[in-house]
Design a protein around this ligand. Structure first.
Ligand code: DGY
Length: 323
């Protein structure tokens, strides 16, 4: 049987690239640089499968085509708001993602950010590296206690639930949940969580708010100036979801005027560009989109893509089809 022709848009862990190459006629983008719109248009006309990541915006090029050679876009990652599902649907392309395998590691990073923001860890690190530390004193970089506080989780999917487990079982936090659909009582019960009606009801009740909802147009600027104003003075906002979920200018103003206590971001609107307004905010921790960046998760994500490709090309329904 002729092996399906597969394009991998970025470098993957070596073990996954090796397994992929055994089963498929694989072309790797050895430059490891993001492809441009023209590259995608060409790829959709010549490969049976395209395997993108969050850095690959797939929309306009697909729309311009009348037909595609590509039958499946198997995304390396759980979030797929960079793929215009409407645009690829008209070409009959199946789209899959990689849920589950990165939930624990992403929640670990969200918890890391929460702790860093609460305990002013980024500020402390900068102080040492810049030679500004003058020694221990009772009033130095005093942060906020985490244990026993209230955490609001926006989006109670797999990652949101993992975050709740860490916060509730590890730190005795009280969990409030906002989710677009009703969460099953037994799922809430695991962390003694309470689901609230909407985000307006959640924000004023929380010491910490962690975002775990999808990105894309539907959630663009879900956290805007008005909603930031609903947060408690001294509360913290954590984002490991997608950058566009927060109005970053409004966040920078909330941090400047100290209407909230701090924030921690792993994702940015238009990343890797960083809104200059954020760079001046001291009470802000920033990481370069590291949510799933562990060896274990990144390998598991690749193997999950391969599972989806095997399902598809062997005539089964792909396990993680999203369209
Ligand atoms: C994901 O899986 O969505 C991560 O953010 C990387 O894309």
């Amino acid at each position: 049987m002729v092996k399906p022709k597969v394009l991998v848009t970025r470098r993957w862990p070596a073990a996954v690239e090796a397994q992929l190459s055994e089963s498929f006629d694989t072309v790797l983008n050895t430059t490891d640089k993001p492809l441009c719109a023209a590259d995608f248009k060409a790829a959709l006309s010549s490969y049976d499968a395209v395997l993108p990541t969050v850095t690959d915006v797939i929309g306009a090029p697909a729309l311009e085509l009348e037909r595609a050679q590509t039958k499946i876009i198997a995304n390396y990652g759980v979030g797929y708001s960079h793929i215009d599902i409407g645009a690829v649907n008209h070409l009959g392309i199946t789209v899959t993602n990689t849920p589950d395998v990165l939930s624990e590691c992403t929640a670990d990073l969200a918890m890391t950010l929460l702790l860093m923001a609460a305990r002013r860890a980024g500020e402390g690190e900068r102080e040492i590296r810049e030679g500004r530390w003058t020694g221990w004193r009772p009033t130095h970089l005093v942060g906020t206690k985490v244990s026993g506080k209230t955490l609001g989780i926006v989006g109670y999917g797999r990652i949101g639930q993992e975050m709740a487990r860490r916060a509730h079982h590890g730190f005795g936090m009280k969990i409030l949940v906002q989710n677009r659909s009703k969460v099953a009582p037994e799922v809430l019960a695991e962390c003694n969580a309470t689901q609230v009606e909407n985000i307006e009801a959640l924000l004023p009740e929380c010491d910490f708010v962690s975002l775990h909802c999808p990105g894309g147009a539907e959630n663009r600027h879900l956290i805007n100036a008005q909603r930031l104003n609903l947060m408690r003075p001294g509360a913290f906002l954590i984002n490991t979801a997608r950058g566009e979920v927060i109005d970053e200018l409004a966040l920078s103003q909330a941090l400047w005027f100290e209407t909230i206590g701090g924030a921690a971001l792993d994702v940015f609107d238009g990343e890797p560009r960083i809104n200059p307004a954020l760079l001046d905010c001291d009470r802000l921790v920033m990481l370069p989109h590291l949510g799933s960046a562990t060896r274990e998760a990144r390998e598991a994500m690749g193997f999950r893509v391969i599972d989806n490709l095997r399902d598809f090309f062997e005539g089964r329904e792909p396990r993680d089809r999203v369209n």
